[in-house]
Design a protein around this ligand. Sequence first.
Ligand code: FES
Ligand SMILES: [Fe+2]
Length: 445
Amino acid sequence: MPDDLRSETGSRWDLLTQTGAGTPMGELLRRYWWPIAGASELADPGTKPVRLMGEDLVLYKDLGGTYGLLDRHCRHRRADLSYGYVEACGLRCNYHGWLYGSDGRCLAQPYEDIAHPEARLKDEVRIKAYPVEERGGLLWAYLGPEPRPLVPDWEFFTWKNGFRQIVLAEIPCNWFQCQENSIDPVHFEWTHSNWSVRLAGKAGPYTPQHVKVDFAEFEYGFQYKRVRTDTDENDRLWKIGRVCLWPNGLFTGNHVEFRVPVDDENTLSVMWHFSRVPKEQEPYVQNSIPTWQGPIADPATGRWITSHVMNQDFVTWVGQGRVADRSQEYLAPSDRGVVMLRRRFLQDLERLKKGKDPKGIVRDPAKNRAIELPVAERKNFIDGFSRADMMRDPFNRRNLQGYIFQTGQPPEVREAFLAAMGFTEAELEPVPAAFDPLAPAPRSV
Ligand code: FES
Ligand SMILES: [Fe+2]
């Protein structure tokens, strides 16, 4: 193994894992927009407490439909603004009624405005406020300096005829080890395919093995590529592969997973999932994207849930420790992508010092239209399949039968999904044989 893969010093790990304001990586990460909620969580005006990169905040939508993201604590005497109430314009503290606008200005101090109008104390008061934008049914926050970049308009946000859902989970570990999983092809074989075989009580057979992996950098991230014993270099997963989306995501085609730092020891997993409806269901327009939160621990045993794809990932991330101790790692050639990711961040910290933008920042509105990404099965998401084809294909069919990615999907989301896809539960029985999502056939759902 090359020496440079194991000779990273301890301080580098602190650099890469700390997200607070004023830390080098905290400042770097503040140059990007972060998904913090599903817009459907605030379908009605109201508030949602948010903790992002160690900052306690409150997200709100006022009665006029404007979003805001403010300090969690009132500027007056620190009451919790997530218990405040939204007005036609702004968020009002439930303690003494001070009212704040989305730009952080204090718009009203009811007692002072009546008793001491001449003092105009409110003109001096500012509360911490950050911009919020909606894109793809997600609410995005920007905590960095102006001029702010654009919220990337990734192509999948513009795809038509899809049932979309947003799935959240709170993961008790540092975000960076979650993101390192976004450039780790070999884990799929062991964390998902083979472990699922074992969890099903069988000793085998195991899935085809990885025999070759490669990584390539592009403007908005890295591609990782794989060849297994059942494929060759003509396979889509070698030619195109999957995307480690910069700086915080994994994009596989049918979904993107964002790893959002809550603080240095907690991460919000935000998954945005696209299920192409059958051709017979076109045109399908989804008015609101449901957002739901899945559990990660089994209350009966206190152990992590292992039954679903992302839950299996969560087990590996939290298993590395609250903040993985990288000084104790023993990296292997399959970890080359992880090393590339770490190096890119370290190099971008240097770029930032020179006043330059880090990787993947989008500022040009002309460029920010359905930004194309490598998608191994793009045709499937754009063109879709017929109902009959979906039922014939084990992968598509399994995805119709239940949500495999994360446990805890609410029944109403399941019902909405089935209505969108045009299937009934009865049609989808019986449970089929096991499927292999990396098998060399085009897949979509
Ligand atoms: S603490 Fe918020 S108005 Fe007094
Ligand atoms: Fe995984």
